[in-house]
Write a protein that binds this ligand. Structure first.
Ligand code: SF4
Length: 403
């Protein structure tokens, strides 16, 4: 099975992990940003393509319908930024996401896919965008995995969301074309969209599982300010529980390997977050619905070794619910419970019932927003000041096929 190496999602603002927000940090010069990358030789690449042919009413990604000429200008800016920041870097993994990169014309998609030669490539796509020509381009560039946003198969829900051109045939054809090209398919569905019925969501889950995606992600719809829908159907939590049973019966279970990210990730494009391990974070502002007029200034901050240690634990607990002390030792060359301010915070949280620290494993017991208590204070302060979304747990169930 393809190694899940391109999971750079948490580097991207719309998915809120404990360290996600839109604009924390201070304004940085290009010189400071280049300084973060000095001495780093290997990284993941994340490129954000913020355009879609149509905008779905439930979407909270940083995406918009482009004006004439906007995609060409954006691509030029991405290529220039990539040339400037990637000097001396070798990319081991590449996530091209958005928006819908496969909505771009084949020539543009080719240019985007050329940005990380030799890397393991994952591309986000919608079923309706994957015609034969696009799949040929993906295959020619050795894309190993497509994240297929199916979202829903209910015609009434899709109509209400303004997402035409998708039905079971489109999805089946996309799966077949990708399978023929030996490209792994991870599919996703959204649960609790306004107007969606619990039965129709569960029918979608069963139907998609029959297509045998390598992984299935079920997202609870999150009515953030960027969406046009304002509420989630009340049955969503119960339905996600029932979907666990459907996935289990179809031979799917929790991923055997916890999510891993490359230590450093270079994010290129509007809103894409970069992390130079042990040096700093930086990002450009997202488009936030406005037409593209240039990538704008860099924002970010320096990261100390202690920031990295806290981030490693907070992310591990937030995403996987657990952190292995052995993995921490491997990464940082010391035990996480070595006496110091951080181990004191961990013990405090254990006493409050939020964590269990037993043997080689630290497990999250309480709600994941309690992880804020473990964040490095300067980052936490910034998050709380700048991020109106706050520290939300990710409501996502992930299953992998256990073959
Ligand atoms: S949900 Fe996906 S396809 Fe729809 S607007 Fe958002 S990014 Fe584009």
């Amino acid at each position: 099975m393809t190694r899940l190496a391109s999971l750079c999602y948490e580097e991207y603002p719309p998915l809120d992990g404990a360290y996600q927000d839109r604009s924390y940090g201070r304004r940085l010069s290009l010189r400071e940003v280049l300084g973060f990358w000095r001495g780093i030789r290997e990284a993941g690449l994340y490129v954000h393509w913020p355009f879609c042919g149509r905008r779905c009413a439930y979407c909270y990604c940083d995406s918009r319908v482009p004006e004439p000429g906007e995609e060409a200008r954006y691509l030029q800016a991405v290529e220039a930024e990539h040339r400037r920041l990637s000097r001396g870097l070798r990319f081991t993994s590449y996530l091209l996401a958005g928006g819908t990169p496969t909505d771009a014309a084949p020539g543009r998609l080719e240019k985007l896919l050329r940005l990380a030669p030799g890397a393991e490539i994952t591309v986000e796509a919608t079923p309706a965008s994957l015609d034969k020509e696009k799949i040929r381009v993906l295959r020619a560039h050795r894309v190993s995995r497509v994240d297929l946003g199916v979202d829903s198969l209910d015609p009434a829900v899709l109509h209400r969301a303004g997402r035409p051109g998708q039905d079971r045939d489109t999805v089946r054809t996309a799966f077949a074309g990708l399978a023929e090209s030996r490209i792994r398919v991870d599919a996703s569905l959204v649960c609790g969209l306004p107007g969606q019925e619990q039965e129709s969501f569960l029918a979608d889950v069963e139907w998609v599982l029959k297509l045998r995606p390598a992984a299935l992600r079920l997202y609870a719809f999150d009515p953030r300010p960027q969406t046009r829908f304002k509420r989630r159907e009340a049955w969503a939590g119960e339905a996600l529980g029932l979907a666990d049973g459907l996935a289990g019966a179809a031979g799917y279970g929790s991923p055997k390997e916890p999510w891993k990210l490359p230590r450093s990730v270079l994010g290129v494009g509007a809103g894409a977050k970069s992390h130079a391990f042990g040096a700093g974070w930086h990002q450009h502002p997202p488009l936030a619905g406005r037409p593209f007029r240039g990538l704008g200034p860099f924002y970010g901050m320096e990261l100390s070794p202690e920031d990295e240690e806290r981030r490693f634990v907070v992310r591990g607990l937030g995403v996987n619910g657990r952190v292995s002390r052995a993995a921490f030792r491997k990464m940082f060359g010391r035990d996480v419970m070595k006496p110091g301010p951080f181990s004191r915070d961990l013990l405090r949280m254990e006493r409050a019932g939020g964590l269990s620290i037993q043997g080689e494993e630290i497990r999250l017991l309480g709600p994941s927003h309690a992880l804020a208590l473990l964040c490095e204070r300067k980052i936490l302060k910034q998050i709380l000041r700048n991020n109106r979304i706050g520290l939300r747990p990710m409501r996502c169930h992930v299953y992998e096929h256990h073959s």
